[in-house]
Write a protein that binds this ligand. Structure first.
Ligand SMILES: O=P(O)(O)OC[C@H]1O[C@H](OP(=O)(O)OP(=O)(O)O)[C@H](O)[C@@H]1O
Ligand SMILES: Nc1ncnc2[nH]cnc12
Length: 194
């Protein structure tokens, strides 16, 4: 296996076993800002930027996700743009690297592409071809799971490279949408359901 993705250091078990006080879901709920009719009428936008801006909250969120998947991944993938924040923090915390999954047209070398629909539009995600060694166990991170279009496309891209999707971690999941259906067969962790 490529050295880039070898031997992750998962957090110390003492960190993983630490009691959460207050519970991470309550921390997220207390900081998340809800904006109605953004970016389109009818959408209730879950703005997690206050969670990212709060040091203890960000640490608690990242620790909760990496502890849940401890020992199960060799690399972390972040989905542009908000997923990058979580992926970089999780990779740093565990000594792994970040796989960059970007919106169309942003990666300079040969790419694999997947188009998808999300709650308020359509988009295409891309991944550099040949950068992820076959068999690499990848934990995919993003802030929000809504319809699952985005994370489903990210998982499909990684699988097309021969990577194994070790799991999907999000800060917040919107219930009543088909997010889980689009991620069937994958372990999904959501720290807060709304
Ligand atoms: O489950 P879905 O319906 O696919 O929606 C979830 C996606 O939507 C948001 O990203 P967005 O495309 O708005 O991009 P951004 O992070 O660049 O704002 C969010 O960060 C997820 O990636
Ligand atoms: N309602 C929502 N809030 C924040 N991000 C989203 N991505 C897709 N739907 C979303």
């Amino acid at each position: 296996m490529n050295e880039t993705f070898s031997t992750p250091e998962t957090p110390a078990s003492s960190t993983c076993n630490a009691p959460e006080s207050p519970h991470v879901s309550a921390v997220i709920e207390g900081l998340c800002a809800t904006v109605t009719d953004y970016p389109k009428p009818g959408i209730v936008f879950q703005d997690l930027t206050p969670v990212f801006a709060n040091g203890p909250a960000l640490k608690q969120v990242v620790d909760a996700i990496v502890c849940a998947f401890a020992g199960k991944f060799d690399a972390v993938a972040g989905v542009e743009a908000r997923g990058f924040l979580l992926a970089a923090a999780a990779a740093y915390a565990t000594g792994t690297g970040v796989i960059t999954i970007r919106k169309a047209g942003k990666l300079p070398r040969e790419v694999l592409s997947e188009s998808y629909s999300l709650e308020y539009g359509e988009a295409t995600l891309e991944l550099h071809q040949g950068d992820v060694p076959a068999g690499t166990r990848v934990l995919i991170l993003d802030d929000v799971l809504a319809t699952g279009g985005t994370l489903g496309a990210a998982a499909a891209l990684l699988e097309r490279t021969g990577a194994v999707v070790a799991g999907v971690g999000v800060v917040l999941e919107i219930d009543g949408l088909p997010g889980r259906d689009n991620l069937a067969g994958h372990e999904v962790l959501s720290l807060l359901h709304v």
